[in-house]
Design a protein around this ligand. Structure first.
Ligand SMILES: O=P(O)(O)OC[C@H]1O[C@H](O)[C@H](O)[C@@H](O)[C@@H]1O
Length: 526
């Protein structure tokens, strides 16, 4: 029997709050630090490992987190989710994104169909379409092959697929899997669409209109923008466009598209990278087999998230440590710092995933909560971040927990030895150095040069950023956010907080404004 309770009503949370605080600087120094690095790690899927030696935890804190996981019934709640309960209470919907990459529990039927069969069918249709495009069986009106794919979408219909594409682009080029270049148009700023259109050959481009709802103003505006460009080039837009949407959306039955692929209301936009939303662009860019490997990595990571033992469940452990940092230690944000150029847009995707899921002040029943919830997420690839905002991370007044990600090998296989080391070695040396610098600090009589240390971090280490590793990473963070939402007793699967701005923008465009909104509209010349 599952009970949904607020975090501050749980005995285990009180116990956790009373555990002795761990001084990261202290425990990470000397041999003790070396022991922690050996001891505090959990294997993930696709050869990744989650290391948490430099977190402010010890065996006592971890024991308390284990009790919290049990009392908050995290495993049972995950089971309920993948077995098809209405976990999204705000919108009264099931939450089924895990099904796009495997079957974790029971067969789930909704709207009269087997949902897993539905997602697999869409994947197969996409694979067939992509293979035909690559083989030159589906071409432009002149019978020529498409060379570029452009995704038009915003939010979850942009960030995840774009981050995944960038993560795998160089890997695909190196491994002979690169089929078509992909571009993305998201912002309603006309400069976004105009710049992308200026950079491509429209006659050989296929556009994917991606909108789950089929009503997002930015996306529909950009669709018209692209259609105009196609028309101006003397091309038939319907021969250059496909749609990814839900079957109930206004786009579903339109004749404006060469083909349509479907997802549904049981997959939130920010959880949709493994559905047709990511599937179409990634299968066109790299081929369906690469997309299948990506799903395999995600599916294997999901299977680990079922584990009741937090020491064998990296997503659950990461989630619980994050809750401890937020609700006991009081840290306001988390920086995501991938030491991998391929992951350049992954922090942006995690911003939406985490902040749109858990940036909430009421619980899943709509009652205000008396504790802090989701942190602010930000990040940049290292070492670029080091030369930018790390000053604040090392010496600022806030302590910001850090999530590093690093790989032993690069993707392109091209490297040089300069000053006795390769660039890859320099990259990895930097991430190791940062972990210890943040944890241990360095005393200096000159306070301006003093590093207090005590700044916690974790690192996920992998062999190489491959499609499977990318899938595993993505699923890890999705599951982490889900578990944190369970602990905070939130509904992590709706996003009412984005509505008000949309409603007011419509009023501005209809000139139905007064007060400050009118003044601002005048200032901006609307
Ligand atoms: O895919 P769409 O229905 O066009 O939605 C695109 C995005 O817009 C909304 O405002 C939501 O905040 C996002 O969660 C969503 O991913």
């Amino acid at each position: 029997m599952i009970t949904w309770k607020n975090l501050d009503t749980l005995d285990s949370f009180k116990e956790l709050s009373q555990t002795a605080k761990v001084d990261v600087a202290d425990v990470m120094k000397g041999e003790g630090g070396a022991e922690r690095v050996k001891k505090y790690s959990v294997p993930m899927a696709a050869g990744l490992t989650y290391h948490y030696a430099a977190k402010a935890v010890d065996d006592q804190v971890l024991e308390a987190l284990k009790k919290l996981a049990e009392e908050a019934q995290l495993t049972e709640k995950f089971q309920a989710l993948y077995n098809g309960e209405v976990i999204n209470t705000g919108e009264k919907r099931l939450v089924l994104h895990h099904m796009t990459r495997g079957q974790l529990g029971n067969k789930v039927e909704a709207d009269g169909v087997d949902k897993r069969a539905f997602y697999v069918e869409q994947q197969e249709k996409i694979a067939d379409f992509a293979n035909k495009v690559h083989a030159g069986e589906i071409t432009n009106a002149a019978g020529e092959k498409f060379t570029t794919v452009v995704q038009i979408g915003i939010g979850g219909s942009d960030l995840g697929p774009r981050a995944m594409y960038l993560a795998l682009e160089n890997w695909a080029k190196r491994n002979n899997k690169f089929k078509m270049e992909a571009k993305f148009i998201s912002n309603v700023d006309p400069d976004d669409a105009a710049a992308v259109l200026a950079s491509i050959d429209v006659a050989h481009s296929i556009f994917i209109l991606v909108s789950k709802s089929g009503t997002t103003l930015e996306t529909l505006t950009n669709e018209s923008f692209v259609k105009d460009a196609l028309k101006n080039a003397g091309l038939d837009a319907s021969k250059h466009m496909i749609a990814v949407t839900s079957e109930t959306s206004p786009l579903a039955k339109s004749d404006d598209y060469l083909a349509a692929f479907f997802m549904d209301d049981y997959i939130g936009g920010r959880y949709s990278s493994t559905s047709a939303v990511g599937g179409a662009v990634l299968s066109l860019a790299f081929g369906p087999d690469v997309f299948a490997q990506f799903l395999k990595g995600a599916g294997e990571e999901d299977a680990l998230a079922k584990n009741e033992d937090i020491f064998q469940n990296p997503a659950m452990l990461d989630a619980l440590i994050g809750v401890y940092e937020r609700n006991v230690l009081g840290y306001p944000s988390t920086a995501v710092l991938p030491y991998s150029q391929g992951l350049s847009r992954f922090p942006a995707h995690l911003q939406q995933l985490d902040m749109e899921s858990n940036g909430k002040s009421v619980n899943r029943f709509g009652e205000p909560v008396d504790y802090v919830t989701g942190p602010v997420i930000f990040g940049e690839p290292g070492t670029n971040g080091q030369h930018s905002f790390y000053q604040l991370l090392h010496q600022g007044t806030d302590i910001i927990p850090l999530q590093f990600i690093g790989f032993k090998n690069n993707q392109m296989g091209t490297d040089v030895v300069i000053q006795g080391s390769t660039s890859q070695q320099k990259l990895c040396a930097n991430v190791a150095a940062q972990i210890v610098a943040f944890a241990c600090g360095k005393e200096d009589e000159n306070q301006n040069k003093n590093f207090k240390g005590g700044r916690p971090s974790s690192i996920i280490i992998g062999e190489q950023l491959t499609p499977e590793a990318m899938g595993a990473l993505l699923a890890h963070f999705e599951n982490k956010v889900m578990f944190q939402g369970f602990v905070w007793n939130l509904n992590s699967f709706d996003q009412e907080g984005v509505q008000l701005g949309k409603v007011l923008a419509k009023k501005v465009l209809a000139h139905e404004t007064e007060g400050a909104l009118k003044e601002l509209s005048d200032l901006l010349n609307i």
